[in-house]
Design a protein around this ligand. Structure first.
Ligand code: NAD
Length: 249
């Protein structure tokens, strides 16, 4: 497996918690020079210090992905970028009948628009540098099947999956690969309350592996897509869900 990322620069959005924090540590351990991007810079400072203490390389970048001007400004200072993980994401509690425009728009602003702004700026840098790159979008199995109380979230993740394929098609000519990971249910701040509830326990029974995922279950897919080990993969969507998508109707 060609998963050594030495000499590569990797940007991770939503790096202050959950998957994002873990991905920064994983990429740094694999040799990448990590740019940890998020709005909460106090949390990023401790992440950067933890990575440095392990002998890795990381720096913090204040970034609200939903703010297009800020994305353009923040990425304009970068000369090279080899790996981007569009991980920043938010969910909302509402069923469609109760979902107001503000909730719908804020979820699309972060999950879809934010991933687009970051991808576009990254692809411009990658095209100019002429050494290709890998963009990884963190989608969700809810972008492939429906889910209760995910009126805006599930469609936003479906949009991320289709955007992954569109960008892969357009940017293959620059050597920029664009793939997605569609995680199943993995306990983080985003969903802890639900997963630990009786409804969460019911859901667990419908997962063929009968367990929720752990963040480390994403390590193999992330390193695969970030590295040359996936040189011939673009426009792909990898489900990491304990078989949840394959559960019976
Ligand atoms: P999380 O809430 O811990 O992480 C999301 C991160 O995104 C947070 O650090 C948050 O501050 C950041 N963020 C939100 N809005 C932002 C913005 N405008 N700009 C920059 N950063 C912003 O949750 P998580 O579970 O680690 O989620 C990470 C990603 O994985 C999300 O895209 C989520 O939709 C996706 N996902 C999670 C699961 C799961 O089971 N946990 C399953 C499928 C997909």
């Amino acid at each position: 497996m060609r998963t050594d990322l030495s000499g590569r620069t990797a940007l991770v959005t939503g790096a202050s918690s959950g998957f994002g924090r873990h991905f920064c540590q994983l990429l740094a351990r694999s040799g990448a020079d990590v740019i940890a991007a998020a709005r909460r810079t106090d949390l990023l400072d401790s992440l950067v210090a933890d990575i440095a203490a392990e002998g890795g390389k990381a720096r913090a970048l204040r970034l609200d992905v939903a703010d297009e001007a800020q994305v353009v400004e923040a990425l304009s200072g970068l000369e090279t970028l080899d790996i981007v993980v569009n991980n920043a994401g938010i969910a909302g509690p509402s069923r469609a009948i109760d979902c107001e425009g503000d909730e719908w728009r804020s979820i699309f602003d972060v999950n879809v628009n934010g991933a687009f702004y970051v991808s576009r700026e990254a692809a411009r840098i990658m095209r100019k540098a002429g050494r290709g790159g890998s963009i990884i979008n963190i989608a969700s199995i809810t972008g492939l099947r429906t889910a209760h109380s995910a009126a805006a979230y599930a469609p936003s993740k479906a949009a991320v999956i289709h955007m992954t394929k569109s960008l892969a098609m357009e940017w293959a000519r620059f050597g920029v690969r664009v793939n997605a990971i569609a995680p199943g249910y993995i306990e983080t701040d985003l969903n802890r309350e639900f997963l630990l509830s009786p409804a969460g326990e019911d859901m667990k029974k419908r997962i063929p592996q009968r367990r929720f995922g752990e963040i480390a279950d994403l390590d193999g897919p992330l390193l695969l897509l970030a590295s040359d080990a996936s040189a011939y993969m673009t426009g792909s969507v990898l489900a990491v869900d304990g078989g949840h998508l394959a559960s019976p109707l």
